[in-house]
Design a protein. Sequence first.
Length: 102
Amino acid sequence: MLYPIFSLFFYCLVSSANENTDLNEIVINVVTENSFPYQYLENFSIEGPASRLVKRVLEEAGFEYSQTVLPWARAYKYAQTAPNTLIYSIARTPERENNFNG
C-alpha cells in the first residue's frame, strides 16, 4: 500500500539530481495534506504512520528535509513544479500514470 511513496520519492530524487550532484547536499521539501490517520498535525508536529515512514527513510538515508502540511491541491502542484520535492501519501490513478516511474 505504501509503494507509491517510495516510487515517487525515488523519482523526485532522480529527476532533480544530475551526475555532478552530491545527494547528501540536497534538502528535500516534503509536502503532505492533513489526512488522518496516515498523516496529520498534532501539537505542531506531523504525525501518523505514513509520516513516520517518510521521516525514517529520509533520516536513515542521511537527507536533510523540511516538512509542510498544505491543502492537497497546493501540495500536489508544489510537488509537480518545485525541484527536490516529495509528496505523500498519493494514489496512483490513471490520470497520474505518466507521473510515475516503474
